[in-house]
Design a binder for this molecule. Structure first.
Ligand SMILES: NC(=O)c1ccc[n+]([C@@H]2O[C@H](COP(=O)([O-])OP(=O)(O)OC[C@H]3O[C@@H](n4cnc5c(N)ncnc54)[C@H](O)[C@@H]3O)[C@@H](O)[C@H]2O)c1
Length: 359
């Protein structure tokens, strides 16, 4: 097992990464001074697969755990679901010291995190991410949220967990498209911060897609290191943390223009290529790096071509994005693989050219 610490002063916490960790989580909670009750929030799919292993360890460590279940899917990231969960927490007599264990993907992490942050003004939160995206991204950094109508993540709060347990064995049951979806964030982390890790991905993505556990462990570990370092330097996203939005300005716009029919990872993949092309057109990034990024995205099984959507819808959606500040669209761009800069000097016509692949 590997450990990475997110250094946030009194809010610091550890991320544990390795195989067969679910049964050991109860003991680790006990070591952290928790005892008595625990509440597990999970979705129906993940419950069927992993609740027994988690419960086994919790029981051995002396916990009495209640399981609060929601159906799988983004629709559950809502105030209505949060309301039902508050009700179940009060019904199971959850107290201010009762830890909430978020067992699942990013949807469960965001929803359970939001509930933990607000129930009784905040109860301890433990993330147990079971998708690649949740292990490399959403469980680290303390962003919690629910959606409101078509608006994603508009109601939320920063709330750091006490511990993150990333059991890579859970990735064995993940549907292929969910693994691919998570790979977009994996590539993003490498491209913004670590060229050596990017090279590793270039050489090992095929093995990762074939569920080579040692490669997957290395991927999760390196991603966690990158995200933990960025979050530690800028907990509330007032500066550096903004680079994690690489590929997301265009990516979110494509996602919205597709009425959320395209998966987030697919949209981010195209967004990353567009941002690299823009960087190149602005004379900052070498053409060979654009080609390499496109190749790695292709190797991950992600799309590299613009989907069949109206350009004006994408540009319009971009103007409505959260990242727009004082009417300027904010872009994270590349100087080279591993090195970013932020600008609001990108014109919509440049975005259009980049999406259409014009040289
Ligand atoms: N908080 C953050 O910083 C942050 C960052 C990125 C994304 N997010 C959020 O994360 C969410 C997406 O998360 P996601 O991609 O993990 O999706 P998800 O949570 O919907 O999980 C995807 C699907 O996989 C299933 N699943 C989960 N683990 C499984 C396993 N081990 N085996 C088999 N099936 C499994 C789930 O039941 C679900 O059907 C979005 O709501 C997004 O906004 C948050």
């Amino acid at each position: 097992m590997k450990k990475v610490k997110v250094e946030l002063g009194s809010n610091s916490y550890e991320i544990r990464i390795g195989a067969d960790l679910l049964t050991r989580t109860g003991l680790w909670l006990r070591e952290r001074g928790f005892s008595g009750k625990a509440a597990i929030i999970t979705d129906t799919t993940v419950k069927g697969l992993y609740i027994d292993a988690l419960n086994q360890g919790l029981t051995i460590a002396g916990f009495k755990a209640a399981t609060l279940e929601v159906p799988a899917g983004e629709e559950q990231k809502s105030l209505e679901s949060a309301g039902r969960l508050y009700h179940e927490l009060t019904s199971s007599y959850a107290e201010r010291t009762t830890p909430i264990l978020a067992l699942g993907g990013g949807v469960i992490g965001d929803l359970a995190g939001f509930v933990a942050a607000t129930y009784m003004r905040g109860v301890p939160l433990i993330h147990i991410p079971t998708t690649l995206l949740a292990q490399v991204d959403s469980s680290i950094g303390g962003k919690t949220a629910v959606d409101h109508g078509q608006l994603k993540n508009v109601i939320g709060v920063f709330y750091q967990p006490k511990l993150v347990v990333a059991d890579i064995d859970t990735l064995k049951t993940l549907p292929e498209d969910e693994l691919t979806n998570g790979m977009a964030e994996v590539i993003k982390h490498a491209v913004i911060r670590n060229r050596n890790f990017f090279d590793f991905l270039d050489n090992n993505l095929e093995k990762a897609r074939a569920i080579d556990m040692s490669v997957l462990e290395e991927i999760v570990l390196e991603n966690v290191r990158i995200k933990a370092e960025i979050v530690a330097k800028d907990e509330k996203e007032s500066g550096l943390r903004g680079i994690l939005n690489y590929g997301h300005t265009v990516g979110h716009a494509i996602e919205a223009a597709s009425n959320f029919q395209l998966k987030h990872g697919q949209c981010v993949a195209i967004g990353m290529i567009a941002a690299a092309r823009i960087s190149n057109k602005m004379g900052k990034l070498d053409k060979s790096d654009v080609t390499r990024l496109t190749d790695v995205i292709r190797k991950a099984g992600l799309p590299t071509e613009m989907p069949d959507l109206k350009m004006e819808d994408i540009i319009q959606a971009m103007k409505h994005d959260k990242k727009v500040q004082q009417d300027k669209i904010r872009f994270v761009l590349l100087k080279s693989i591993g090195d970013t800069f932020i600008t609001d000097e990108v014109s919509p016509s440049l975005v259009e050219e980049a999406l259409l692949g014009q040289e």
